[in-house]
Design a protein around this ligand. Structure first.
Ligand code: UDP
Ligand code: MG
Length: 319
């Protein structure tokens, strides 16, 4: 059986259409499936629509978060609760073409690939500044942690083994796109063109994206911490040169003029120390977040649990 995991945040215009498109494709393909919508604490009608659909269609299951925890949490909640032999993670706005699922399944079933990644053939329509920051982010990630994410997306099919491996990851701050390639396994890729959003608007803003990028860089590489060391070395060299210069000048009968040098040195070195402390502080805060062992998400309603309860109740009445 295949589990399809769809994270959704304020997607009321999309749920019904997405559900019928994906169901249609899978039915036509003769696949046994469950469709899990993870409502990431939406503020609109998303959850009511999901709950309604799940009552009508037993292959649709809804998970409802107690608040907005972010897409990462939604994906991992879906992976934790899904029961399929393999799972596909797909966006709710149909930017990830669901027509690819049968082909991904074929690669899994017939050719024995354990991970089938859909990679972007091109990066779709993005603003110039977005492109610039995305490029920088991917370059840092690639050079320092050897996970190449330039064309990667969250659209993936994973075997049960991979799902279990991901579920065993203890960390709180997760980056699904990188973790799913970090775990390894037999992987292949297929290309897709990013479709325009079906309805609604993107759920990201600049602040969210910057936080996302910083989280991911710090959880995958210690490279920023090494910058401090190198800056320190650079300043030591600088200090040695200035000292030698002033000693030579002193023996020639001149002392180096004024406080200017002192000012410059104090300012430079203190700024380096502050940058260094900042970077260390950032990593420390991440460590702090991790060791609190808070859950990645809190599920307030699971339509499957509700069904089970009702079943138990009616069994009790009958017996
Ligand atoms: N999403 C989510 N929680 C969030 C933000 C987004 O579950 O806090 C979901 C959203 O509903 C969609 C997917 O993540 O299914 C991708 O979001 P979006 O289309 O806004 O991102 P983009 O395609 O612009 O990168
Ligand atoms: Mg989208």
């Amino acid at each position: 059986m295949l589990s399809v995991i769809v994270p959704a945040y304020n997607e009321q215009e999309n749920i019904e259409n997405t559900a019928s498109v994906i169901s249609g494709i899978l039915r036509k393909n003769g696949t046994e499936y469950e469709l899990i919508f993870v409502d990431d604490g939406s503020k609109d009608d998303t959850w009511n629509i999901i709950a309604g659909l799940s009552e009508k269609d037993p292959s649709i299951r809804g998970l409802h978060f107690s608040r907005n925890f972010g897409k990462e949490g939604a994906i991992f909640a879906g992976l934790k609760r899904c029961t399929g032999d393999c799972a596909v993670v797909i966006d709710c706005d149909l930017q990830h073409p669901p027509e690819l699922i049968p082909e991904m399944l074929r690669l899994h079933d017939e050719e024995g690939f354990e991970v089938v990644e859909a990679v972007k053939a091109s990066r779709g329509k993005e603003s110039l500044s977005y492109k610039f920051f995305a490029k920088g982010f991917y370059r840092i990630m690639k050079n320092s942690s050897s996970v190449n994410l330039d064309r990667a997306s969250d659209y993936k099919l994973m075997d049960r083994k991979v799902i279990d491996a991901l579920n065993e990851m203890p960390e709180r701050i997760t980056f699904f796109r990188a973790l799913s390639s970090w775990v390894g396994f037999r992987t292949t890729q297929i290309e897709f063109e990013v479709a325009p959003r079906n309805a609604g608007t993107t759920k990201w803003n600049f602040r969210k994206l910057v936080r996302f990028a910083l989280n991911n860089i710090t959880s995958f590489t210690n490279f920023p911490m090494q910058i401090i060391t190198w800056l320190g070395v650079l300043f030591l060299l600088f200090a040695v040169i200035i000292s030698v210069y002033s000693i030579v000048k002193f023996f020639c009968g001149q002392s180096l003029e004024g406080f200017t040098t002192v000012y410059i040195l104090v300012l430079l070195s203190s700024s380096v120390v502050m940058i260094g402390l900042g970077i260390i502080g950032y990593y420390m805060s991440k460590i702090y977040e991790e060791i609190k062992f808070r859950p990645r998400y809190i599920i307030s309603i699971d339509t499957k649990d509700k069904e089970r309860k009702e079943q138990n109740r009616s069994n009790g009445e009958n017996g």
